[in-house]
Design a protein around this ligand. Structure first.
Ligand SMILES: *[C@@H]1O[C@H](CO)[C@@H](O)[C@H](O)[C@H]1NC(C)=O
Ligand SMILES: *[C@@H]1O[C@H](CO)[C@@H](O)[C@H](O)[C@H]1NC(C)=O
Ligand SMILES: *[C@@H]1O[C@H](CO)[C@@H](O)[C@H](O)[C@H]1NC(C)=O
Ligand SMILES: *[C@@H]1O[C@H](CO)[C@@H](O)[C@H](O)[C@H]1NC(C)=O
Ligand SMILES: *[C@@H]1O[C@H](CO)[C@@H](O)[C@H](O)[C@H]1NC(C)=O
Ligand SMILES: *[C@@H]1O[C@H](CO)[C@@H](O)[C@H](O)[C@H]1NC(C)=O
Ligand SMILES: *[C@@H]1O[C@H](CO)[C@@H](O)[C@H](O)[C@H]1NC(C)=O
Ligand SMILES: *[C@@H]1O[C@H](CO)[C@@H](O)[C@H](O)[C@H]1NC(C)=O
Ligand SMILES: *[C@@H]1O[C@H](CO)[C@@H](O)[C@H](O)[C@H]1NC(C)=O
Ligand SMILES: *[C@@H]1O[C@H](CO)[C@@H](O)[C@H](O)[C@H]1NC(C)=O
Ligand SMILES: *[C@@H]1O[C@H](CO)[C@@H](O)[C@H](O)[C@H]1NC(C)=O
Ligand SMILES: *[C@@H]1O[C@H](CO)[C@@H](O)[C@H](O)[C@H]1NC(C)=O
Length: 837
């Protein structure tokens, strides 16, 4: 073992634990046989501690030492041959009299020249120089020793992250531990992780982080906390990352003791002017404000009958003298719609509110628009608001946080989803109008624009709770720089940097990741009917019933015969008419609406024929089976990497893939049980409701266990589970196996509730073949929002592979309740090789 380690890691003293903390900046030694011509020293043209150029010099030193074992000296002057020189164009000119770069660079851009051991990295500003240093290091870490010479510039000036961190240290939709910024109402004293985060972000060219939740707490801007966030800005600064803050619109009342927060009130204006001054006094490079107002019950200008533009411009005015900007969210929908009204539609809200205000927002306001008209669903059409603001700056809001997409417990590589939006051509004024060109400002010649991604990094060593989920964060930065970058190539760069250069590792992770979003869409909600998560509770597991009969407007309008939202102009909500004519026409007509958005735009019978030649309902059946199968195949794919990556990360990912495989079956069955039940239409392939390898727990001989009717019914196989008689006792469920003798994978579906850690044993002819504790949600091993009920979030599977079974064997499961968890069991399944059920 030691020998093998030495072979792979020749500089053993530098090897850090592979716990994920270094993410894609590991600077791991290259395998033998990679020999680069390296610079012999580093010249960083600014040696001030807070200067990103100084940071770049140190990062180069650290990286080259990690990858090659050479420790280069750093100086701030001189002209050594075969050195790596880093600085701004201006600094280079100052030091050497002339510069090789002329007018090729825009703000934050850089120029990189590698000619053997002579390297020049010149930024338009210091931040750009640091980006260039990370680019060079990324090449070296991937064993790319090409000579290159090029300039590169960002697609847009705003490449931000929104953290939904709360002052008490929790994170809204946080699945990777508590906040690295806040605890107990204050900024934490140890900001090491915040600095490490800024380092990761600067390597992907993210230039600002809004550190607190959009549902902002006014205490964030009290005098003490302004000092506190000032300390965060201090640790961000050497990495060229700026700090921004979300605001609570009602702060003038809550913090300032005013009787109003009317945006036109002079006292209110003075209050915000004063706050802004205090912030800039502490943080001179403060990036700007993020405002969620009049949204889901938050206060805003509409309370005073002012317009949203009045609200946005209030902040724009006070921050303008300092050079700051205002990101104003378009996620406004306070009037809760009535499902009884066929024409009501929450999807219409953004355009209804904002289109009439086009041209009224100040130049330093950016309207931040979620990618789709509802809320980060597995598939949505591009928000039509991108086509309705021609005289307003816009940015797209994405989610690296997998709120509705498996909460980092399911592998879902998101760039292919994002690209469906950014590459969508809105045909404004019948001209090419890709969303990516709208948000960068290019299409409508706007001075500002870009993107913000909601990111839920936490204190967990893995940042996001999941090693593989980090590809989404990495890719966000890469795409925000260049929206035309290829999703798969970005993924491969990330994989090499994160897991090394082994081709099998790269190919396998590529294959899994690229298949992951289509698989998730297949086993959750497809044909554009939204993700079908439980939208009233955890946003994690399946619960299609929660979408209808609510005021949240995420309806599917599913009944016994038909399903889908009629968003046509001719007979429905009129949403399709919010797009420019060419696109509106396409979505208006069932014939020209793509299958994958059919139920978004049209209300149809389950027997409606798709372009694929299948009916809607048969598509559901087939897609869910396909998706669950793909997710199950990820397990063997990942297992094939054993020994090719370190055990710590291998085991961690394996645990999650096994969970996903089981939960994908929960998803598949829940959704299909539901639509099978409501439509009464059988599965043409005979799978739905027919599980020959399962033994329902309720059909076993029970002692100390009783039947329990699960709600929603579709979350349990056959709608029924078993629970112990009390929540402190033991139960047994026994059955005689009537299966052909052979070797089977024995899986048990149970429910892992928050608030208890039941223990279980599986016995075959009184001999124990396996045991487990239902504790994965209580010890936070997965990190998703837990459930205290037997439902689609708590439904979990454990598998004991390769169990030899004889016909007539007695199988017994013993469950010991714990806490509020009555050792709940759904079914046992004995899977012959190759069967997934
Ligand atoms: C060097 O960095 C410091 C700190 O960021 C900055 O104040 C100074 O202007 C920089 N010097 C030059 C010559 O750019
Ligand atoms: C690269 O460096 C060599 C000398 O080491 C020089 O002859 C050559 O012109 C350089 N190439 C470029 C493109 O600058
Ligand atoms: C090496 O890096 C350069 C610059 O990023 C890139 O253009 C080139 O394609 C890379 N070469 C390989 C083999 O990946
Ligand atoms: C705002 O933060 C304070 C201090 O942490 C806390 O007491 C209060 O409950 C928070 N308010 C809301 C609405 O979260
Ligand atoms: C600060 O946090 C870092 C990273 O979590 C840790 O390594 C370090 O020991 C902490 N420092 C102090 C003084 O607690
Ligand atoms: C608001 O009132 C509270 C309590 O009455 C007081 O402590 C605080 O200083 C006041 N704040 C301002 C800005 O006047
Ligand atoms: C806003 O307008 C409505 C309807 O015109 C009115 O009832 C309400 O009192 C107004 N609110 C304010 C704060 O002026
Ligand atoms: C038109 O809308 C009505 C509800 O107003 C609905 O019942 C009907 O199915 C729709 N017709 C078509 C063809 O979609
Ligand atoms: C849809 O189903 C309903 C109820 O079964 C039926 O009356 C209607 O004719 C069907 N419509 C189409 C277009 O097939
Ligand atoms: C056992 O399985 C066989 C064939 O699948 C079936 O005919 C028989 O009725 C089953 N016996 C019991 C006791 O369920
Ligand atoms: C990180 O999260 C994983 C699972 O989400 C958990 O098992 C582990 O204990 C956490 N580690 C830390 C250091 O928080
Ligand atoms: C048993 O469950 C009940 C509620 O279901 C709960 O109040 C009680 O505390 C639980 N008992 C234990 C030991 O946790």
């Amino acid at each position: 073992m030691m020998l093998k380690l030495l072979h792979y890691f020749p500089f053993i003293g530098l090897v850090v634990a592979e716990n994920g903390l270094q993410a894609w900046l590991r600077y791991a030694p290259l395998p033998q046989g990679h020999n680069a011509r390296l610079p012999s020293s580093i010249i960083a043209l600014n040696s001030s501690t807070n200067s990103p150029v100084n940071t770049a010099g140190q990062e180069l030193q650290k990286g080259i030492q990690g990858i090659f074992g050479n420790r280069l000296s750093i100086s701030s002057i001189g002209k050594a041959p075969s050195s790596a020189v880093i600085g701004t164009v201006a600094q280079f000119q100052e030091a050497f009299g002339s510069s090789p770069v002329h007018n090729q660079l825009e703000e934050d851009g850089f120029w990189l020249s590698v000619n053997g051991s002579t390297v020049q990295i010149l930024g338009q500003n210091e931040r750009g120089a640091l980006y260039g240093a990370f680019e060079y290091l990324s090449m070296l870490a991937q064993g790319n020793f090409s000579n290159v010479e090029y300039a590169t510039n960002p697609a847009a000036p705003v490449r931000w992250i929104n953290s939904w961190d709360n002052m008490d240290g929790s994170i809204t939709r946080g699945f990777g531990g508590n906040s690295i910024f806040f605890a107990d109402g204050h900024v934490v004293s140890n900001l090491t992780r915040a600095a490490e985060y800024a380092r990761l972000l600067s390597s992907i060219r993210v230039n600002a982080v809004v550190v607190n939740d959009v549902n902002a707490n006014f205490t964030t801007i009290n005098p003490e906390n302004i000092q506190g966030v000032g300390r965060i800005a201090d640790v961000f600064r050497p990495y060229g990352v700026q700090l921004g803050l979300s605001l609570d619109f009602a702060s003038p009342m809550e913090l300032g003791n005013l009787s109003t927060y009317d945006p036109l009130d002079p006292g209110v204006i003075a209050f915000w002017g004063d706050i802004t001054q205090q912030i800039y006094a502490r943080i001179p490079d403060f990036a700007g404000y993020l405002v969620k107002a009049d949204s889901e019950g938050t206060p805003g200008p509409l309370v005073y009958n002012r317009t949203l533009a009045d609200g946005a411009n209030l902040f724009a005015n006070v921050i303008k003298p300092f050079g700051g900007i205002v990101m104003y969210r378009a996620f406004v929908y306070n009037q809760l719609p009535d499902e009884g009204d066929w024409k009501a539609d929450r999807a219409n809200a953004a355009v209804d509110f904002f289109h009439p205000l086009d041209g009224q927002f100040d130049d330093n306001v950016i309207i931040q628009i979620k990618y789709g008209p509802i809320d980060f669903q597995v598939r949505e059409p591009a928000s039509p608001l991108f086509a309705n603001l021609l005289e307003t700056n816009t940015a797209i809001e994405l989610q690296v946080a997998q709120e509705y997409l498996g909460q980092q417990c399911h592998l879902v590589y998101l760039p292919p989803l994002w690209r469906t939006i950014l590459d969508f051509d809105l045909r404004v004024q019948n001209q090419s109008s890709f969303v990516r060109d709208v948000i960068t400002g290019e299409r409508f010649k706007r001075p500002l624009g870009g993107s913000a991604a909601v990111v839920n990094v936490g204190l967990n060593d893995t940042w996001l709770g999941s090693h593989l989920a980090m590809s989404n964060l990495y890719a966000y930065g890469r795409l925000a720089w260049d929206w035309t970058s290829d999703s798969e190539m970005i993924l491969q760069d990330w994989t090499r940097l994160t897991f090394g250069l082994d081709k099998t590792v790269i190919d396998t992770i590529t294959q899994m990741s690229m298949a992951s979003w289509p698989a998730y869409e297949n086993y959750s909600g497809n044909l554009g009917e939204q993700t079908l998560n439980d939208i009233l509770y955890t946003h994690f597991g399946p619960n299609p019933q929660t979408l209808d009969n609510t005021v949240w407007g995420q309806w599917t309008r599913a009944d016994h015969a038909s399903i889908g939202m009629d968003r046509t102009v001719s007979n429905g909500t009129g949403f399709s008419g919010q797009y420019p004519p060419e696109v509106a026409e396409m979505f208006e007509d069932i014939e020209t609406t793509p299958d994958n958005l059919l139920l978004w735009f049209h209300h149809v019978n389950y027997t409606q024929m798709l372009k694929s030649g299948k009916t809607v309902i048969q598509h559901f059946y087939d897609a869910h089976y396909e998706g669950a199968e793909t997710a199950n195949n990820f397990v063997a794919m990942w297992q094939s990497l054993k020994g090719k990556i370190d055990d710590e990360r291998f085991e961690d990912v394996l645990f999650r893939q096994v969970f996903q495989a089981g939960h994908a079956i929960v998803w598949r069955d829940s959704i299909l049980n539901f639509y099978h039940n409501i439509s009464g239409i059988p599965d043409g392939a005979g799978r739905v409701g027919h599980h020959p390898f399962r033994i329902e727990a309720e059909s076993m001989e029970l002692s100390g266990y009783q039947r329990y009717v699960v709600s929603p019914f579709e979350a349990a196989s056959n709608a029924i589970a078993i629970v112990t008689l009390t929540n402190s006792t033991t139960g047994t469920a026994t059955t005689v196996l009537n299966f052909t003798s052979g070797v089977y994978d024995l899986a048990v579906n149970y429910f892992d509730l928050y608030g208890g850690n039941s223990s279980y044993q599986v016995l075959l002819n009184q001999k124990m073949i396996g045991q487990w504790v239902g504790n994965i949600v209580d010890i936070g091993k997965l990190g998703h929002t837990p459930s205290i009920y037997l439902d689609g979030h708590s439904a979990t599977r454990i598998t004991f592979p390769q169990v030899p079974i004889k016909k007539g064997d007695t199988l017994k499961i013993v469950g010991q309740a714990n806490g509020v968890e009555p050792a709940p069991l759904d079914y046992v399944v004995l899977l012959p090789a190759g069967v997934i059920d």
